[in-house]
Write a protein that binds this ligand. Structure first.
Ligand code: BG6
Length: 304
């Protein structure tokens, strides 16, 4: 890695899978790993807990390809581009090298990395050609706090969608309950569900019995209750009008070359974002901020 800013001793430049540059973070309260490729957080493990994020053993680690697992940044669009079917799914932020702008350690030893991205010849030639600057602040401690900030540097309004596509490690998704979305409307994206915009979660938590791909109109804090690992992961957010919940189940996992056929029970995605009707419109010079904070506590409560 060249041209790195001064780093605290708790941040170690390293070479990750596929020869990609990454940073290993070792603080008193947690360890983490962040690739510059996609500003991709691939690991976070608070001391005393098992790893909280999942990554696929079949993931690619190469320029131009997304990493399967951790926290891909979906930006400047989520899912397929609405007008350009040839554009890459979930935008290009997750497949572009970000620049490390700085790293700071606070009095408790928690570390914040700041990464940056701006428009380039490639992005200006893409399906989202606007001028912008983005920063991504990753704070590693007893919580993993992720803050994506995007400023419109164009001279006209721009619209974007985004998500922090978090792959959580779970004991078995079939035993997991996702609490906090009770009563929320959602779009069901599973093929055959018809993209229904008027589905609504009942009074019960989300449970998994088949492929699940839903965009909830909710900014609520979500709890992922895992009786197998005996822990609850809390996902709190700010600036997030949508919560995406995804598990590919058997068929879709088999269809994805970078997702092991038998890996699907070990993860669930809970994603803070702004998708569909929650798209963000920014006036010239205006800034959008999306924050997601993960914490983990021993004990799975009573998910029944
Ligand atoms: O395979 P990708 O591009 O990483 O996307 C994975 C999944 O990401 C989810 O967020 C989407 O809701 C799904 O529809 C999609 O299949």
């Amino acid at each position: 890695m060249t041209d790195l800013p001064a780093l605290p001793a708790s941040v170690l430049p390293a070479t990750g899978h596929g020869g990609l540059a990454c940073l290993r973070v070792e603080t008193p309260r947690a360890t983490a790993q962040v690739y510059l490729h996609g500003a991709h957080v691939t690991a976070w493990q608070p001391r005393g807990h098992a790893p909280v994020l999942w990554t696929s053993a079949a993931s690619r680690y190469e320029a131009g390809a997304p990493i399967r697992g951790g926290v891909p940044i979906c930006f400047p669009w989520f899912g397929p581009h609405p007008d350009d079917p040839g554009a890459p799914a979930h935008g290009w932020a997750r497949t572009t090298a970000w620049e490390l702008l700085g790293a700071e350690e606070d009095a408790s030893g928690d570390v914040t990395l700041e990464l940056g991205l701006a428009d380039s010849d490639a992005t200006r030639a893409s399906a989202w050609p606007h001028r912008f600057t983005a920063t991504y602040r990753v704070t590693v401690g007893a919580a993993l706090r992720l803050e994506l900030t995007v400023t419109n540097r164009d001279d006209a309004d721009v619209t974007l969608t985004d998500a922090l596509h978090t792959y959580l490690a779970v004991g078995d998704v079939r035993d997991v309950a996702v609490e906090g979305l009770e009563g929320a409307a959602y779009v069901d994206k599973v093929a055959g569900a018809g993209g229904s915009a008027d589905a609504r979660q009942g009074d019960e938590p989300v449970r998994f019995t088949a492929e699940t791909d839903r965009v909830y109109a909710s900014d609520a804090t979500v709890r992922v209750v895992d009786p197998v690992l005996g822990r609850t992961v809390t996902v709190a957010k700010d600036g997030s009008g949508s919560t995406v919940v995804w598990n590919p189940w058997v068929g879709k996992a088999r269809a994805m070359p970078d997702f092991g056929d038998d890996e699907w029970p070990g993860t669930v995605c809970v994603e803070a974002g702004n998708v569909g009707a929650a798209a963000v419109r920014l006036a010239p010079g205006a800034t959008h901020r999306l924050v997601q904070s993960l914490t983990v506590a021993a004990g799975a409560g009573d998910p029944a």
